[in-house]
Design a protein around this ligand. Structure first.
Ligand code: ZN
Length: 522
């Protein structure tokens, strides 16, 4: 280095050493509120913008809004989206490949969080835990960095949506049990439900919605009017509530109670509250993204989130909470609505492909039960049968994939051997299949249907690698966040490393994302 360069470096170093020359850094957040709306397409932000006045409106006005956030894995389902949310990890590392899959060791279906070693608390039967999640989450890293001096809480209607975002070191994850009409948890976290949870349940919040009439919040000439009456009480009411805005209201009320009881925002290090509003998914499956009901669910979850943010403002004061909002996946339009628009798409049960595989393998290699199980991504072949006939697994997989490709409306079929050899790539769909693959948990043949083809007989579904399922909102708001609209392509995997950077804690172990430095106040 020349003397002249040395002088420049010395001057620059000196300039940086004077803190009075810099703008003041924002106050450290006291709490991270991480919100998922289950099944909430990006276009719900723009289509219903005029009618938002609550939390979504505030986030859109005052937050950093990412307009092109897309999932990059297959399948796009609840457990996978929620596992990515605060770990940043792809299923290929986190091990959360689906809501449920075929466990070869146990020879039966398991869910992403089912755990026979635990008991449900507040309900009957086995409990759930994050043990199948192999990655750390933001909350786990916050716990490690603060040596346990912070609180991490997860709340949702669904077990997986409460457990997977909050992680292993969480102080508690709570979800709604429609049999009990109350919030439950698992012995994974503690021996009995905390006092405040029992108190909340004792007030029977669900019963308050007995016989409630659900009508649209804001009339619109573009959407039909509707009226839905809730049952009077009991389990029939609790199940009905899950597909209504009232379940989200109960989740919001429970979150307020958690904030007070757990003193969230009141610890030495920042706390984490992960809340997932699942009722939108139940309504969306039944009615589709173009329905008046889905529009109303969006307007009402905007109000619920607004109520939660206002509560936090009162409790902690403004500017102390970092909020992030996203969705775990989108949804396909109803095939009947697509037909009216002269669009492609339709319904075809997954069984059609599985039967074709079974038929082709029987014809080629002899009789037997060739398909051992299935998940959203595809089929598990019967390895015992393959071994007993002294066949080569890769050869049988290839035959099965060929049979799947012969089924109408199958776009792609990949084999396990292909994915493991790194040969599924070539385009975004192949990469999404590879990102969704975990060797000891995934199947042997992966089938992607043509766009707009769904496998349910009624209503609609999600899971595909196409835009309507992958494009979701990502919005940050709070201290350290530069508001504005950001049009660059990002992934929800970027949320966890961004929050880790903002909080100054380690990035979760298997994050596949990047810190969104463009929106961070330096
Ligand atoms: Zn769903």
């Amino acid at each position: 280095m020349t003397r002249r360069k040395l002088l420049v470096v010395a001057l620059l170093t000196a300039a940086c050493g004077f803190p009075q020359g810099r703008p003041a850094l924002p106050a450290k957040p006291k709490l991270v509120v991480a919100i998922v709306i289950d099944q909430f397409r990006y276009d719900y932000l723009t289509r219903f913008r005029a009618n938002y006045s609550g939390g979504i409106a505030e986030l859109l006005d005052r937050g950093a809004v990412f307009t092109n956030a897309r999932y990059r894995q297959f399948p796009t389902v609840t457990a996978v989206g929620h596992s990515i949310f605060l770990s940043g990890a792809m299923p290929s590392l986190s091990g959360i490949i689906d809501n449920q899959w075929f466990d070869r060791g146990l020879n039966r279906q398991v869910t992403s969080v089912s755990d026979e070693a635990t008991q449900l608390l507040g309900g009957a039967g086995p409990g759930s835990s994050p043990r199948r999640l192999l990655a750390s989450t933001l909350g786990d890293e916050m716990k490690a960095a603060s040596r346990g001096n912070c609180r991490v809480i997860g709340i949702s209607l669904k077990d997986r949506a409460a457990i997977l975002p909050s992680g292993h070191a969480a102080d508690g994850a709570y979800w709604f049990d429609p049999r009990a009409g109350a919030f439950v948890s698992s012995t994974f976290y503690f021996k009995e439900l905390p006092e405040w949870v029992r108190g909340f349940n004792a007030s029977r919040p669900a019963e308050g919605y007995g016989n409630a009439q659900w009508t649209p919040l804001a009339a619109s000439p573009d959407y039909p009017d509707f009226r839905k009456k809730m049952p009077g009480g009991g389990p029939e009411l609790y199940v009905a509530l899950e597909a209504s805005p009232y379940a989200n209201e109960i989740v919001e009320a429970f979150a307020e109670r958690a904030i007070d009881a757990e003193r969230l925002g009141g610890h030495a290090a920042a706390d984490l509250l992960a809340v997932s509003f699942s009722a939108n998914d139940y309504v969306g499956h039944q009615m589709g993204p173009d329905s008046a009901e889905v529009r109303d669910m969006a307007l009402r979850v905007d109000r619920s989130i607004g109520k939660l943010l206002a509560f936090l403002d009162r409790r902690l004061g403004p500017g102390r909470v970092v909020v992030v909002l996203t969705a775990d996946h989108g949804v396909a339009p109803l095939p009947e609505v697509l037909a009216e628009r002269k669009m492609p798409g339709g319904r075809q049960p997954a069984k059609v492909v599985l039967d074709a595989i079974q038929g082709a393998l029987s014809g080629r290699f002899g009789e037997g039960r060739w398909v051992a199980g299935a998940s959203t991504a595809g089929a598990y072949l019967n390895r015992e049968l393959i071994a007993s006939k002294k066949l080569d697994e890769a050869q049988v997989e290839a035959e099965a994939a060929k049979a799947a490709r012969g089924v109408p409306h199958v776009l792609r079929a990949y084999t396990r051997a292909q994915v493991m050899a790194g040969k599924a790539g070539g385009d975004a769909i192949g990469e999404a299949v590879a990102n969704g693959f975990y060797a000891s948990r995934s199947g042997d043949v992966f089938v992607v249907m043509e766009p707009y083809w769904i496998d349910v007989e009624h209503g609609t579904s999600h899971g595909s690698p196409f835009d309507y399922d992958t494009h979701v909102p990502v919005i940050f708001m709070g201290p350290g966040v530069k508001p504005g609209h950001y049009g660059g392509t990002i992934a929800p995997n970027d949320i966890a490393p961004t929050l880790a950077t903002l909080l100054g804690v380690e990035t979760p172990s298997c994050s596949a994302g990047r810190a969104l430095a463009e929106m961070l106040v330096r």
